[in-house]
Design a protein around this ligand. Sequence first.
Ligand SMILES: *Cc1c(COP(=O)(O)O)cnc(C)c1O
Length: 395
Amino acid sequence: MGFQNPVFIPGPTNMPEVLRKAVDMPTLDHRSALFGEILQPALAGVKKVLKSETAEVFVFPSTGTGGWEVALTNTLSPGDKVLAARNGMFSHRWIDMCRRRGLAVEVVETPWGQGIPAGRFEEILTADKEHRIRAVLATHNETATGVKSDIAAVRHALGTTGHPALLFVDGVSSIASMDFRMDEWGVDVAVTGSQKGFMLPAGLAITGFSPKAMAKVETAKLPRAFFDVRDMAKSYASGGYPYTPPVGLLNGLKVSTGMLLDEGLDAVFARHHRIAEGIRRAVHAWGLKLCAATPDLYSDTVSAIRTPEGFNATDFVARAASAYGVAFGTGLGEVAGKVFRIGHLGSLTEVMALSGIATAEMVMADLGLPVRLGSGVAAAQDYYRHGAPAKKAAA
Ligand SMILES: *Cc1c(COP(=O)(O)O)cnc(C)c1O
């Protein structure tokens, strides 16, 4: 089996040829001026993608998970209280990291398939008169369930109560694919990685710190060393890096942000929305349901599709790989075996999406699900044929 088929996992995503070339760099001296010509545009590009005028961007050799740790350790102290909803595998893991880091987490248990309950957050923040909660954690797009949460509503919950807690947002599977407004939503630390919306190999933790978050860096007492943003800030100021940088990935980030901004962020988001909507029409035609409970929660980057009772959704993913050489996502945690996931973010076109839908139909038919071949493809074709095409996929 070759590697010609696109992947339909929600990260790592398909890599455009131009980015594969951009990460393939000869050795260069990272203490030379040349490095600054890669680093500075990459940082500036990220800041634009975050829609921020005021954020300081820090990029570490790591992954999104490392980005969570960057947010926590640079702004909080041992025993600090944080507030978070658990509504999927990624919010669950971030909560787990907080506990391992000695933070006290107030967890709002939320059904998987629902978004962050901003109303419940508001009640908790209102009751916290002494402002013991130091940070609110929000997973913008729960990749396990295909659920998008309303970050503006979480900020509103903080605002109406006049609560000073920081707002940390995991945007690993939303940033660069779905609308993300760091300044407008008052996000204090935004976290993402290189291998999803940025269409690069894994290897970078990409973070943005608001001025309010930067003000906490000096007083935060959680131990940190490798992930200390002060070391990063100091090195950036002199055009360098605190250790040997992953130059190829940073060059990829420079080129990737350039591509996204050239296409136009709104066009990127519209393309993702159209591709996602076609996939949702296919799911509907199959007579299946999404894990996301209501349309306002539908993610434009990943769809988690519930399979019928008694069917093991993991078999779907195994069959797609073995029979057709196509990768889909399995269910994680509470929805393991109950859903399969179609990742539809990054470098993707409507035509690529149609191939994924067609493959899913063959797999379901092979496994005896009552799905008529072509039904989902036709529903998506009908949608994709009308209206402005989501052209210009990253080539
Ligand atoms: C992929 C993902 C992560 C984890 O990122 P890694 O780069 O694998 O560490 C965290 N949060 C969300 C929402 C994700 O989709």
